[in-house]
Ligand binder design. Structure first.
Ligand code: 3YP
Ligand code: ZN
Length: 373
């Protein structure tokens, strides 16, 4: 693991677009309630369009394409209960599929196998980074994973893809310390829960305060037992934009990584903190995501030979997510292709960081001293 190529891994498979969330179940369509049927927000479009932009822009020619493996039952069971696994398998055998646990996380017939490929896709990217086949990499998978807790799926997630990949790296690839940075706008509650008492995995979630799940991801959630201090949360107020996110990255995420000294950095990468997202109220732009990526890369260069593996989570604006994703992929690989045409709207993304935003980040920074050194 001493030498690492400079390549960037990229993993996507068309079958991720076949994960079928149907229509309506977030708020069931009902003519008498006035809700006209429409696709579930977590549908294939945002992610398929991100992939197609990576191809059409030509960036694909600068990426090292990786193939997903299928996670095994043993891989799933490192993070989930046998009951949860059995429930997903049973639902997947039904003609119209089932729900991962909370009623807003539907999947179609055969959805189990696609979920195994999503978890396996993140495992494949982590493996390629660890072997040195690539320096860093991105798994553009569906369904997402960061809300899935050991006993159930929730928030559009079936299995906790990034947690499964982390435990795989520890069980099968000799990795000790892993940091998981979650910049999806929602709290990475499932990932936090899996590793809450585990001192070998640092989880850091930067999210919109009290967005989803409700009352989850508070400053006071810092781990328990042997894992005390190895969970960190930055619950940013709604309306936070690039300056507050950059400040959180430089003053919480990077110092926490420096203290924890991970062997690899995993990222739950959602693009739902964007200026244009319908499911949250933050204002990060594609340039903001590019900057967050560059800050993480500098930390990874210093700490772990540049090793970063990203796993796609949320992001619900089909027009804008592709440009946020392209910016991250360009930064990871060091190649520029085309400019974000929606940068014309960046003036809407707010001015400097506000005092109440900085106060939350400063309070989160006070928790860094609790990370076991
Ligand atoms: C789940 C139900 C309401 C908000 C939604 C959030 C899904 C997501 O993008 N999580 O990261
Ligand atoms: Zn999200």
């Amino acid at each position: 693991m001493s030498t690492s190529s400079s390549r960037t891994g990229y993993l996507y498979h068309e079958i991720y677009g076949w994960h079928d969330t149907g229509s309506g179940p977030m708020f069931p369509s009902n003519g008498f309630g006035g809700i006209q049927p429409m696709p579930h927000p977590e549908n294939a479009e945002t992610k398929r369009r991100m992939h197609e932009l990576i191809v059409v822009s030509g960036l694909i020619n600068h990426l090292h394409r990786l193939e997903p493996s299928q996670a095994t039952e043993a891989d799933i069971l490192r993070c989930h209960t046998a009951e949860h696994l059995a429930a997903i398998k049973a639902g997947s055998l039904q003609p119209k599929g089932g729900d991962a646990g909370d009623g807003v996380s539907p999947f179609g017939n055969g959805g189990y196998e696609i979920a195994l490929l999503a978890a396996g896709g993140v495992m494949s990217v982590v493996d390629a980074v660890l072997s040195g086949e690539v320096r860093n990499g991105y798994a553009l998978v569906r369904p997402p994973g960061h809300h899935a807790v050991p006993s159930m799926g929730m928030g559009f997630c079936m299995f906790n893809n990034i947690g499964i990949a982390a435990r795989h790296a520890q069980a099968n690839r000799g990795v000790g310390r892993i940091a998981i940075v979650d910049w999806d706008v929602h709290h990475g509650n499932g990932t936090q829960a899996i590793f809450y008492d585990d001192p070998s995995v640092l989880t850091i979630s930067v999210h919109q305060d009290n967005c989803f799940p409700p009352s989850s991801g508070l400053l006071t959630e810092t781990g328990e037992g042997a894992g005390k201090g190895t969970a960190l949360n930055v619950p940013l107020p709604p309306g936070s934009g690039n300056p507050a996110y950059e400040y959180a990255m430089r003053n919480v995420v990077v110092p926490a990584l420096e203290r924890f000294k991970p062997e690899i950095i995993l990222v739950s990468s959602g693009f739902d903190a964007s200026l244009m997202d319908p499911l949250a109220r933050q204002m990060v732009t594609s340039a903001g995501y590019r900057l967050l990526t560059s800050i993480l890369m500098e930390a990874a260069d210093r700490l772990c030979n540049g090793r970063i593996a990203m796993s796609h989570e949320g992001g619900y604006n089909p027009m804008y997510v592709p440009f946020c994703g392209l910016a991250v992929m360009e930064q990871l690989s060091g190649h520029h292709t085309l400019d974000d045409p929606f940068a014309a709207f960046d003036y809407m993304a707010g001015g400097p960081m506000l005092a109440h935003q900085q106060a939350v980040v400063d309070a989160a920074a006070a928790n860094i001293a609790g990370i076991p050194a």
